[in-house]
Design a protein around this ligand. Structure first.
Ligand SMILES: *Cc1c(COP(=O)(O)O)cnc(C)c1O
Length: 351
């Protein structure tokens, strides 16, 4: 049975406390107004002023030369792969990263890359493995085309990667392009108190999602040097991602970028409360609430089906990211009332 429909659900999804993902956020009234009033043109001709404004504002915000609006974070990653990693080269990324684990094999299908999973404990790539792989081309090993890292790293419970960790990765990667999947880079910015531009300064290119914690309905932005973005624009077209009067979407994205970042601190506070409740209920689940600094609560559970059922009966939706691994995510549409419902559902869950 799909998790959000069927006879067991007597409530509509919107009355549930939906902790499955921060992608379920709906656009705010301000966004809808901006969308209705957006100036638009044909972005296939580069003539949508609102898309251009978003691309420029985003690039400036993350300290890169140029930006490219794409329909999804997955497409941003796929475009980056196609531009940065020549066919047949190895792409180093965390084994639990979105790029490797959660894109339905798109990297292999779209870019002829040899995806090479590395250990990603706490969201940090194994730097010795990176340096060895990069040095390997002198020893008959595949050339490394790109190193990708996630900030924040979802599968490790939204861990934020510091500037120091990025610098170390930059050093290990040598001359190989470093790409940051920054789907939630603004969560990292807020949690670390370090501007996103600084967090990605060592990266050749990066992306962030507007459609997650920032609550825009659609879209991500890829950013990097102008010549990278020029090629990325062509690859976006090849993947079918060129949109036309996309200013209606970019308008919401601009509101997201300009007004929805600081409030992420609320999501982080609530995720921490959830983590405390989880750690109290299941002390051996491998979750240290002190390490939950962003909006993502990931923990092991021996019977996730049973736990999800229990939560659902209490009006709370959660999800899994691997067998035996639960995920609860806070976001703009979860307020303190929703939080309390989730906390009480967790505290009454079967152990
Ligand atoms: C959500 C996510 C993506 C993909 O974004 P979509 O818009 O869902 O395609 C990529 N990377 C990470 C880390 C994500 O969390």
């Amino acid at each position: 049975m799909p998790p959000t429909s069927g006879p067991r659900y007597h409530r509509s999804v919107s009355s549930l406390v939906d902790l499955r993902s921060d992608t379920v956020t709906r656009p705010t009234a301000t966004m809808r107004k901006a969308m209705a009033q957006a100036e638009v043109g044909d972005d296939g001709y580069g003539e949508d002023p609102t898309v251009r404004e978003l691309e420029a504002a985003f690039a400036a915000r993350v300290g890169k030369e140029a930006g490219l609006f794409v329909p999804s974070g997955t497409m941003a990653n796929q475009v980056a792969l196609r531009v940065l990693a020549p066919p047949g080269t190895a792409v180093l990324a965390g084994r639990r990263s979105h790029l490797i684990a959660y894109e339905n094999g798109a990297g292999a299908r779209n870019s002829d890359a040899q995806l090479t999973p590395l250990d990603d404990h706490g969201g940090r790539l194994d730097l010795d493995a990176v340096a060895l792989a990069v040095a390997g081309v002198a020893h008959h090993l595949a050339q490394v085309g790109m190193v990708a890292v996630e900030n924040t790293h979802m599968a490790s419970g939204g861990q934020a990667l510091s500037v120091e960790a990025m610098d170390a990765l930059r050093t290990a990667a040598g001359d190989v392009p470093v790409y940051v999947d920054g789907a939630r880079i603004f969560n990292a910015e807020v949690a670390l108190g370090v501007p996103a531009a600084q967090l990605v300064a060592g990266a050749d290119a990066m992306m962030a999602c507007l459609s997650k914690g920032l609550a825009a309905p659609v879209g991500s932005v890829l950013a990097g040097p102008a010549d990278f973005i020029a090629v990325a624009r062509i690859e976006r077209h090849r993947l079918g991602g060129t949109m036309r009067q996309a200013g209606v979407l970019a308008a919401a994205g601009l509101v997201a970028l300009r007004t929805m970042v600081e409030r992420l601190v609320e999501d982080h506070r609530r995720a921490r409360r959830l983590a405390e409740a989880v750690a109290e209920r299941w002390p051996s689940c491998g979750l240290d609430p002190n390490e939950v600094l962003t909006n993502c609560v990931v923990f092991s559970h021996p019977d996730t089906d049973r736990l999800l059922d229990h939560l659902r009966m209490a009006g709370v939706l959660g999800g899994t990211i691997a067998p035996g691994v639960m995920r609860l995510m806070t976001h703009h549409d979860i307020d303190d009332v929703g939080l309390e419902r989730a906390l009480s559902a967790l505290s009454s869950a079967p152990v």
